[in-house]
Design a protein around this ligand. Structure first.
Ligand code: BES
Ligand code: ZN
Ligand code: ZN
Length: 499
C-alpha cells in the first residue's frame, strides 16, 4: 500500500473513502464533512443522532456518496476522549476505518488528522503503522489472493503542519510495518515450509538485500557439537530436519559503543516431542518460532533505520519432534555453560534452546544487553491473557526501558517477578537443573528463572510472547487473526531510544 501525505482538501477527485475522526464530548462539527451544507448537513446530523454517534471509541457513521466532494464515501469514526497520549486511540480508529473500507471494497483511503495540535510525528506514525497492519492479509494460499487489500492511503494534514517532517515520520513507520509484516508472514506460513534450513536461507537473503552490510554466521549440528550445546542439540534429535543456529550482526554506521543481542526462540514446529502435545494444543504450534520471526523482522528494518547501536540477532532454530531418536524424559544433557539439565518433559524445549543461545551470546558476543523473545509458556497466557506479553529481567533499568518502549510502540507488556525464593524449584536432585519445575504453579516465572541461570548476572530480559505472538481472535482493531509480528515494534523503539 502506497502512503501519501498531503495538505487537507487540496486534491481534486481523490475518490475512495474519506475517514474523519471525531473526539467524544466535543460536539459534532458537521462542517468537517466535505459537502455538508444546508439540507445535506441537516440530514447528516439526523443520521448521527439516530445512530447515537457521540465520537466514542468503536463508533462510526457511514454517509452516502457526496459526489461533489470527490470522495465516494465518508465515514465518521469515534476516537474517544481527547486525553493524554492519543496514539492508542488513533491506531484503534484507523483499524476500525480499514474494516469499513474493506467491507465496502474501497481501494483508496484518506485519513484526516483531526486538528493542527495532532499533526505530530508520533501520531502520523501511529496511523501509518496501524493502517499497514490493518491492511495485512495472509492470503497467499487463497484464490482471492490480494483482493482484500487497499492500495493507497493518504494522510491529510491541516494547514501549517510541516509536510516534510511528517513524511519522514511516515517513512519510518512504513519500515517498521514492513518488519512486522516479515514476521507475520513467517509465523503464518506452515511449518512444513518454514524449517530451520528455510530460516537460515531467509537470513541469507536479508544479508544480500542489505547490500552485505549485515553479517551472518550459520552453525550446523557439527559446529554446535564442538561448542558443547548439549541442551539445544537435544531438542533437535527427534526431527529429520537439520537444525540451524543463526547469528546475524548489524554494525551501526553511527558512532556507538553499545551492543544489544536479541535472541528469538525458533522452534519451527513444537509437537511436544515424546511428551507429545494433545491435538488441540498442537494446532497452532507453527507459531513457536515467533521469537525468531521477530528477530528477522527487526533485522529487515535495521539497515534502513540505522539505529545508533550494534545489534546481534541469535536464532537457535530447531524442530521438536518425537521419534526413535528423540530425547527421552529422564535424560540428562550438558548445556554449553557446563550446567547439566534433567529433561523431564520434552515439551519444555524452548528454554533448552535459549539456554545455549544465551551462553553463546555471552561468550562469543559479550553484549551490554541480552533480550530474548520466546513463545515459552502456556502459563504466561493463563496469567496475562492473549494480548499481553510477560517481561522478566534481572536489571531494573532495563525493565523500565523495555516497558516504556512497548508502551510507545503500542505493544502490551507486563512485568512478572523473578522471585529469588522460587529458584530452587528449577533445581534437580540428580542434575544442576530440571527443565520443568517441581510445582505446577507460576509456570511463566519458572521459565524465566530457568533462563536466568544462563544469564550469569549479565543484563538480560526475557519476553514471554506466547499470548500475543499468535492471535486466535483479533487482538486489536488493526491486528487480526494469526501471526501478529509481536516484538518488532517494541525492539525498534528500544534500539532507537539508545543514545
Ligand atoms: N511452545 C510452548 C508454549 C506455548 C503454548 C506457546 C501455547 C504458544 C501457545 C512451549 O514449548 C511449551 O510447550 N511449554 C510448556 C511448558 C511446560 C511443559 C513446563 C507449557 O506451556 O505447557
Ligand atoms: Zn513445547
Ligand atoms: Zn515450544
Amino acid at each position: 500500500m502506497q502512503i501519501n501525505l498531503e495538505k487537507e482538501g487540496l486534491r481534486k477527485d481523490p475518490g475512495g473513502l474519506l475517514v474523519v475522526f471525531q473526539f467524544a464530548g466535543k460536539g459534532i462539527d458537521i462542517k468537517r464533512i466535505p459537502g455538508a451544507e444546508g439540507e445535506i448537513a441537516e440530514s447528516l446530523l439526523k443520521k448521527i443522532e439516530l445512530l447515537s454517534f457521540a465520537g466514542k471509541a468503536g463508533q462510526d457513521v457511514v454517509f452516502p456518496l457526496l459526489k461533489k466532494t470527490g470522495f465516494d464515501e465518508v465515514v465518521l469514526v469515534g476516537l474517544g476522549e481527547k486525553r493524554g497520549d492519543l496514539s492508542p486511540a488513533l491506531r484503534e480508529a484507523t483499524g476500525h476505518a480499514f474494516h469499513i473500507a474493506r467491507r465496502a471494497g474501497h481501494k483508496k483511503i484518506t485519513v484526516r488528522i483531526p486538528g493542527k495540535d495532532l499533526a505530530k510525528d508520533e501520531y502520523v506514525e501511529a496511523i501509518t503503522v496501524a493502517a499497514h497492519l490493518a491492511n495485512y492479509a495472509f492470503d497467499a494460499y487463497k484464490k482471492s489472493n490480494g483482493e482484500k487489500r487497499a492500495e493507497e492511503l493518504t494522510i491529510e494534514v491541516p494547514e501549517g503542519a510541516s509536510l516534510t517532517k511528517l513524511r519522514t515520520a511516515a517513512l519510518k513507520a512504513e519500515i517498521v510495518a514492513d518488519g512486522v509484516t516479515v514476521a507475520r508472514d513467517l509465523v503464518n506460513t506452515p511449518a512444513e515450509i518454514i524449517t530451520p534450513s528455510r530460516l537460515a536461507l531467509l537470513a541469507e537473503e536479508l544479508v544480500k538485500a542489505s547490500g552485505d552490510t549485515l553479517a551472518l554466521t550459520i552453525l550446523d549440528k557439527a559446529d554446535c557439537e564442538k561448542l558443547g550445546m548439549g541442551a539445544y542439540l537435544a531438542v533437535g534429535k527427534g526431527s529429520d530436519e537439520p537444525l540451524k543456529f543463526i547469528h546475524l550482526a548489524y554494525t551501526s554506521p553511527r558512532k556507538t559503543k553499545k551492543t544489544v543481542a536479541v535472541i528469538g526462540k525458533g522452534v519451527t514446529f513444537d509437537s511436544g516431542g515424546l511428551s507429545l502435545k494433545p491435538a488441540d494444543a498442537m494446532m497452532t504450534m507453527k507459531c513457536d518460532m515467533a521469537g525468531a520471526a521477530a528477530v528477522l523482522g527487526l533485522f529487515a528494518t535495521l539497515n534502513r533505520l540505522k539505529p545508533r547501536v550494534n545489534v546481534h540477532g541469535i536464532i537457535p532454530a530447531v524442530e521438536n519432534m518425537p521419534s526413535g531418536k528423540a530425547i527421552r524424559p529422564g535424560d540428562i544433557v550438558k548445556a554449553m555453560s557446563g550446567k547439566t539439565v534433567e529433561i523431564l518433559n520434552t515439551d519444555a524445549e524452548g528454554r533448552l534452546t535459549l539456554a545455549d543461545a544465551m551462553t553463546y551470546t555471552r561468550e562469543k558476543i559479550a553484549p551490554d544487553v541480552m533480550i530474548d523473545l520466546a513463545t515459552l509458556t502456556g502459563a504466561c497466557m493463563v496469567a496475562l491473557g492473549e494480548e499481553i506479553a510477560g517481561v522478566m529481567t534481572n536489571d531494573r533499568a532495563l525493565a523500565g526501558k523495555i516497558l516504556k518502549s512497548a508502551k510507545t510502540a503500542g505493544e502490551k507488556m507486563w512485568e512478572l517477578p523473578l522471585e529469588e525464593r522460587y529458584k530452587t524449584l528449577t533445581h534437580s536432585d540428580i542434575a544442576d537443573l530440571r527443565n520443568i519445575p517441581t510445582t505446577r504453579y507460576g509456570g511463566a516465572l519458572m521459565g524465566g528463572l530457568f533462563l536466568e541461570e544462563f544469564a550469569e548476572g549479565k543484563p538480560w530480559a526475557h519476553l514471554d510472547i506466547a499470548g500475543p505472538a499468535f492471535a486466535e481472535r483479533p487482538i486489536a482493531s488493526y491486528l487480526g487473526k494469526g501471526g501478529t509480528g509481536y516484538g518488532v515494534r517494541t525492539l525498534v523503539e528500544y534500539l532507537q531510544s539508545i543514545e
